[in-house]
Design a protein around this ligand. Sequence first.
Ligand code: MN
Length: 245
Amino acid sequence: MNMNILIANDDGIYSPGIAALAQMALQFGTVRVVAPDVEQSSMGHAITHSRPLTYKKSPINFEGIEAFRVNGTPADCVALGLHMYPDTDVVLSGINMGPNLGNSIWHSGTLAAAKQAVLLGVKGIALSTPVGKTEPNFDTLKPYVEQCLNLLFETNEVALYNVNFPQQPVDIRWTRQSVTLYDGTVYPGEDPMGRKNYWIWVKPLEQAEENSDRWAMEQNYVSITPLRLDLTDERRLKAKSGISG
Ligand code: MN
């Protein structure tokens, strides 16, 4: 395989996750890295439109790989990266330090980078893994990442995939996005000066549906979810208008 691979993320270019992914991707072809200069997690699909973007060469952690850091969002990095490298065959985003499951797809910057690729006509793959008390062990994940990339590189189809790796994978499963309700909890706190502050966090309210991404991760399976960009509610549209999809 000799593909032109563009790698972005939302944890920022100095994250160990993107360095590990770039190394793993080298066996599949030419790797280029264009990633945010600071962490942009949970920025969703934000695009910078009120100021110009710039990039700088960023060789730290990327020996022998062209790598650039950008003063923008994950989606900016993919737009700029595809402008710099129009021969790109696939965009990889990650490996994110933290899972991206179920409804977190709505605010994930990792997913947004992969989505931006698909919007521009290029295959996009998001890769994430949970972080426990210690850093993820990328050597343990390596054979599973390679297996997934082999699987997802098989066809040239422009498609969007969300891949999550448990810390100790046992196998790989195709899954659907979990859509059970979730709680966007606000945790109030206080700073040392006595001023009020708030942490926003989310947690699922219901059990994971069988064969969903959350379910797979609970069973220590690598979860691959094929996603689409068309959010149209086909059932409701058909009921209201008679138009079917
Ligand atoms: Mn992140």
